[in-house]
Design a protein around this ligand. Structure first.
Ligand SMILES: [Zn+2]
Length: 201
């Protein structure tokens, strides 16, 4: 269970929530008399492809300042998943795409950092991009040239490799990733069609 030691309402120290002697997977504030949840946060990302290259951004903010990542961030209140992904893409790389243009690509559960992520993908015709205030730089990289040694979140490297593989085969599936500290599993829940098939772009 992720650490959350103080009540966000009253500031008292939280306890494990025991119900009938069984420990629940959330906290309890004795002062407020209510459970305090720390549900997983939702991260939205967007893989943007141009030919065989993928868009990366170099972070300007902590954490992981100076390291490279796929554009993305936390979903905010009131946003749909695609709206959040499109916003992050615009803010970090200056590429403003309508949310309807983003295609669902991957869902992931990362239990050890208490996050779920939803990744979209999009294709653009030009490598034009411009780092926003949260980014130091951005650019399109082929699988060979991308900054594998300087990635901010190596736990999702396998997912990124899958994007490059899908780009190379010219067919994007829809993937479900499950990551725990012990295990990384990636499952194609809908097979991608080869280019020229019925799939929209
Ligand atoms: Zn409280």
């Amino acid at each position: 269970m992720a650490p959350m030691s103080y009540c966000p309402e009253c500031g008292n120290r939280l306890e494990r929530h025991l119900v009938g002697g069984e420990e629940r997977r959330h906290w309890f504030c004795r002062a407020c008399g209510v459970p305090r949840h720390d549900h997983p946060l939702v991260v939205v990302t967007c893989f943007v492809a141009c030919d065989q290259q993928l868009l990366w951004v170099q972070r300007e903010l902590e954490p992981k300042r100076g390291l490279w990542a796929i554009p993305g961030g936390f979903l905010e209140s009131g946003e749909t998943l695609a709206q959040g992904a499109a916003r992050e893409l615009g803010e970090e790389a200056g590429i403003w795409l309508p949310p309807e243009q983003l295609q669902l690509y991957m869902t992931g559960s990362i239990t050890f950092i208490n996050q779920v992520y939803v990744a979209f993908r999009a294709t653009v015709d030009s490598v034009d991009c411009k780092p926003g205030v949260e980014s130091r730089a951005c650019g399109f990289f082929s699988r060979r040239d991308c900054p594998w040694e300087e990635v901010a979140y190596p736990e999702v490297n396998d997912s990124i490799r899958q994007v490059y593989a899908d780009m190379e085969r010219g067919a994007f599936g829809i993937w479900e990733a499950q990551m725990s500290e012990q295990r990384y599993a990636l499952r194609e829940v809908r097979q991608g069609l080869q280019q020229g098939g019925q799939e929209g772009r």
